[in-house]
Design a protein around this ligand. Structure first.
Ligand code: FE
Length: 227
């Protein structure tokens, strides 16, 4: 079975996503491709971290539900979407997109996580997706919480990504605008300078009309060297 991809989405969802992504800076029409391409930078790498899932990542685009359970994950529902592109602004088709994250309490479903914060049995903490023919990916999850990374240090809320094209791979993390721990996080700031860190820090947007009214939306495009 192929990883869950845009091919599995309904027509209505694809139309909605196209409308959303039309507002994204990285969407290129042939006319603007050259100008935009010059502005693209490879997405900064971030550490893999200690909580990459030990077992196979589930092929799902909805981390707010766990198969066989009727409950819904606790926390702020967010719809994360974007495109995987190469430096020339071309879509990277069928890229493997792996995501994993802490729950709304800042706890990973991973045996090595020492955080005493509660697990959420209804939260699927990771997923395997694939980009479609336009390089798009999309998933529904909850906004993770910040978590302790030592006695006196907190990591800002973030979602881990590992994106594999045919020739290049990025391991990175996406962060949220206005998180109080962003400025002091050594991993985020290892991206080097404000312009670089801004590639990883994203705004929580109001949902477009077809999303759940109380959910939020985040657009995160990622750029590989060659795809
Ligand atoms: Fe983490």
């Amino acid at each position: 079975m192929a990883p869950h991809s845009i091919r599995d989405f309904g027509r209505r969802e694809i139309l909605r996503m196209s409308a959303v992504l039309a507002g994204s800076r990285l969407v290129v029409s042939p006319k603007h491709a050259i100008a935009e391409a010059a502005a693209l930078q490879r997405t900064p790498d971030q550490i893999l971290g200690p909580f990459y899932p030990l077992s196979e990542l589930p092929r799902t685009s909805d981390l707010t539900r766990v198969p066989g359970r009727s409950g819904r994950a606790e926390g702020q529902v967010i719809n994360v979407m974007g495109r995987v592109l190469n430096l020339a602004g071309e879509p990277v088709r069928n890229a493997k997109v792996e995501v994993w994250q802490a729950n709304t309490h800042g706890r990973y479903t991973h045996p090595s996580d020492p955080n005493p914060a509660p697990l959420d049995p209804n939260f699927e903490g990771s997923a395997l997706l694939a980009t479609d023919s336009e390089g798009r990916y999309r998933f529904k999850t909850i906004k993770p919480a910040a978590y302790p990374a030592g006695p006196n240090r907190m990591r800002p809320a973030h979602i881990h990504f590992q994106v594999s094209g045919r020739q290049d791979k990025i391991v990175t993390q996406m962060y949220f605008e206005n998180d109080p721990y962003n400025n002091t996080d050594p991993f985020l700031n290892s991206a080097g300078g404000t312009e670089r860190t801004e590639l990883l820090v994203k705004k929580l947007l109001d949902p477009s009309p077809d999303f759940e009214p109380d959910s939020k939306m985040v657009i995160f495009d990622m750029v590989l060297y060659k795809g």
